[in-house]
Design a protein around this ligand. Structure first.
Ligand SMILES: O=C(CO)[C@@H](O)[C@H](O)COP(=O)(O)O
Length: 249
């Protein structure tokens, strides 16, 4: 296996009022990437996502909102970039990713991961634009989206370089890991031995073994890192688990 572990604390769980200091703290503690969640405005209450997700999703799409939360955008990435040279792994939970490519590139984003659910028609153009804007393209999929939907994006002429398998419904930190998503990770790893496969949602000491064994190498972790008395130990445990499961050759 030639993929290397990338441990990416989710800055959604950090103290936004001290973002630069939080970013430095994570990098000093061994983080490889900083995971930045870019989300659109809410239409409704978060619990609707899990209880009535189909209805909720269609409401979101028709209302041009992707998740029931509001976080940060390019201005915050631009400010943070002045304080760190770290890889900013940006996950865009938005319905119109194309509208944000230029501004995210200029702001200093390193990776731009969009959702396959909203890019079925224009992903080739989107991936080209992301590359031209100097960022690394990735594609994400929500728990209800079949893994087969991303295959064309990995195999196309302008392929994405990472697949992000959501292991919770996107929108909030602190949710419970969905072990059934590991079937998607396994299928991807079997098909694409060198692809970066990221998992996001509910990752921590009690769930990393399952994710690493399935073949994930990029690990996003929010509450398990920021909520730990010693976040550095969690980062290092996550890395060791990935290394053990997938020795780098
Ligand atoms: O994208 C998201 C949530 O939509 C994630 O990045 C969360 O921020 C992960 O947080 P934890 O589940 O690790 O607390």
């Amino acid at each position: 296996m030639v993929v290397s572990p990338k441990i990416a604390p989710s800055m959604l769980s950090s103290d936004f009022a001290n973002l630069a200091a939080e970013a430095k703290r994570m990098v000093d503690l061994g983080a490889d990437w900083l995971h930045m969640d870019i989300m659109h405005l809410a239409l409704s209450k978060g619990y609707l996502v899990s209880r009535y997700s189909r209805v909720y999703n269609s409401l979101c799409y028709s209302g041009r909102h992707f998740v029931p939360n509001l976080t940060i955008g390019a201005p915050v990435i631009e400010s943070l970039r002045k304080h760190t040279s770290a890889y900013l792994d940006c996950h865009l939970m938005v319905t119109n990713p194309m509208d944000y490519v230029e501004q995210m590139g200029k702001a200093g984003a390193s990776g731009f991961t969009f959702h396959v659910e909203v890019a079925k028609e224009n992903w080739q153009e989107l991936v080209s634009k992301i590359r031209s804007a100097g960022m690394r393209p990735g594609v994400a999929l929500k728990p209800r989206t079949p893994v087969e939907d991303v295959y064309p994006l990995v195999e196309g002429e302008t392929p994405v370089e990472m697949v992000l398998v959501m292991t919770v419904e996107p929108g909030f930190g602190g949710q419970k890991f969905m072990p059934s998503m590991m079937d998607k990770v396994r299928a991807l790893r079997q098909k694409y031995p060198t692809l970066d496969i990221e998992v996001d949602g509910g990752l921590g000491p009690s769930t990393i073994e399952a994710a690493a064994a399935a073949g994930a190498n990029c690990i996003v972790a929010g509450s398990s890192v920021f909520g730990a008395p010693e976040p550095g130990k969690v980062i290092s445990l996550l890395r060791t688990s990935v290394e053990k499961a997938q020795p780098i050759t």
